[in-house]
Design a protein around this ligand. Structure first.
Ligand code: GUN
Ligand code: ZN
Length: 471
């Protein structure tokens, strides 16, 4: 069945290429329509471009005019934990203790359907309020949590990649799942949910510390049987975690080899964090077409370390990158907040590259790639994230045929000082792409959820700031 068309008129900003390919000329990767029109039909972009031209081609289409705002593709969160909604911001120590103290006791509750269902509602409310329209999410070891997340995503009309989360050690006995049960339940869930509506399935071994060889073998078998599915996991987040992984897999030379050995490293594979990946591991990721989800808010909150973004974007071995909130390891849902931290991580990397740690390792080109200006930043949050997840044919920018997921940004909202701060750049609708990019940098440096006015999913308004409940 085909519906009628509608259209959004406003100021659009999106990407058509990777800005890291255009060092010094990042604008070449972006697209800016000061007075643009996006025509939407059946939830997809049917036409897009300058208002003058597109409106002529689409006479009679009902137009919603969004004034004094920037419209960007919906944000893509490559790494988030659905069952951690209630424990974000938990005070404590580093990863392994934090998991035992806060996370597993909370995630256990998601075997209860009512609890999981209520949480799924809160999860989407918070994500949409942050401007996120697509996520790759962890659930728990209970199939109930995975079902409830897929069902809520379906009700909302959001694109999601998720799956039952496999963990058979390093967690309480009443939380782990056996490799056999994981295999059986994953098969059932794939058959129920994968490619139904906007749902995509990720085979999800939680991390090597929590997955025995048998669990990893189950994942290997599942990937062989369902090669169209995604793989979602964690890698090299925290030094104690890495030592534990090495102890568990003494036959593997490094953490990446655990995934290579089980046939998982390749396209549609994402590992969160990768803070401590060696240069050689990054090269193997790049060669395999595997992705890292960069989670700076979490990496700082849990004290995990500084992801080497300049190294991961080496043109000789470019690793596909998404941004991840890693909520609740990250203490917010907002990818705007994540971008603010990502920028700081890039600069901190440079302090070290500039000589404070080992001057012989200084690499000027890498130091330049660490700099997260607005083009690189918002690319990662949109088209870059989509590319890393192998969904850039369906979301990520306003190309005709893509799903019409987008966010409406108010560059003056947020902190009390925001309007005054942004007025240094302009007090009206930005006239040029660089002016728009400067406002976007102002948002990521000083903003948060309050800068998201509206979030649209497949051409339908799914969140409006003024109507947001506080419950
Ligand atoms: N590694 C394994 N499980 C988790 C988790 O829930 N959060 C983070 N940040 N790292 C993990
Ligand atoms: Zn995580």
């Amino acid at each position: 069945m085909t519906g009628s068309s509608s259209a959004i008129r406003g100021t659009f900003f999106d990407f058509v290429d990777d800005p890291w390919k255009h060092v010094g000329h990042e604008q070449r990767a972006a697209r800016f329509e000061r007075d643009g029109l996006m025509v939407i039909k059946d939830g997809k972009v049917a036409d897009f471009g300058a208002f003058e031209a597109v409106s002529k081609r689409n006479a009679g289409v009902a137009v919603t005019h969004v004034k004094d705002r920037l419209i960007l593709p919906g944000f893509i969160d490559g790494h988030i934990h659905f069952p951690q909604v209630r424990v974000l911001g938990a005070y404590g120590s580093q990863l392994l203790d934090w998991l035992q103290t806060w996370i597993f006791p909370e995630e256990k509750k998601y075997a209860d359907r009512d609890y999981a269902k209520a949480a799924a509602g809160k999860f989407f409310d918070a994500m949409l309020a942050g401007g996120t329209t697509t996520c790759q999410a962890f659930t728990t070891s209970s199939p109930v949590s995975t079902e409830e997340l897929f069902d809520e995503a379906t009700r909302r009309g959001a694109r999601i990649i998720t799956g039952l989360t496999g963990i058979d050690r390093f967690a309480p006995d009443d939380y782990v799942i056996s490799p056999k049960d994981f295999y059986r339940e994953t098969r059932r869930l794939i058959e129920t949910y994968h490619r139904k509506g906007r749902n995509l399935y990720a085979i999800t071994p939680r991390f090597a510390v929590g997955c025995t060889e048998e669990m990893m073998d189950s994942c290997k078998k599942l990937k062989e049987e369902f090669p169209d599915c995604w793989i979602n996991t964690h890698i090299s987040e925290n030094p104690s975690e890495i030592r534990a992984a090495r102890d568990h897999y003494p036959d593997c030379a490094d953490y990446t080899q655990v995934h290579e050995k089980h046939g998982l490293l390749g396209p549609k594979f994402t590992a969160g964090h990768g803070v401590w990946l060696s240069n050689d591991e990054m090269r193997r990721f790049a060669k395999a077409g595997a992705a890292v989800s960069f989670c700076p808010l979490s990496n700082l909150f849990l004290g995990s370390g500084l992801f080497r973004i300049g190294r991961a974007t080496d043109p000789e071995a470019r690793v596909r990158l998404s941004l991840g909130s890693d909520m609740g390891g990250g203490n917010a849902f907002s990818l705007i907040r994540v971008l603010g931290e990502a920028y700081k991580v890039g600069l901190c990397n440079n302090t070290m590259l500039d000589g404070s740690v080992n001057p012989r390792e200084m690499d000027a080109a890498e130091a330049e790639r660490n700099k997260l200006g607005p083009y690189r930043a918002y690319y990662m949050a949109t088209l870059g994230g989509a590319h890393s997840l192998y969904i850039d044919d369906i979301v990520g920018n306003f190309d005709i045929g893509k799903e019409a997921d987008f966010v409406v940004l108010d560059w003056n909202a947020g902190q009390h000082a925001m309007r005054w701060h942004q007025s240094l750049i302009t007090t009206e609708v930005p006239k040029t792409m660089d002016e728009a990019a400067a406002l976007l940098f102002g948002i990521m440096a000083c903003g948060d959820d309050r800068n998201i006015d509206e979030t649209w999913l497949a051409g339908r308004r799914a969140y409006t700031k003024t109507s947001a409940g506080a419950a």
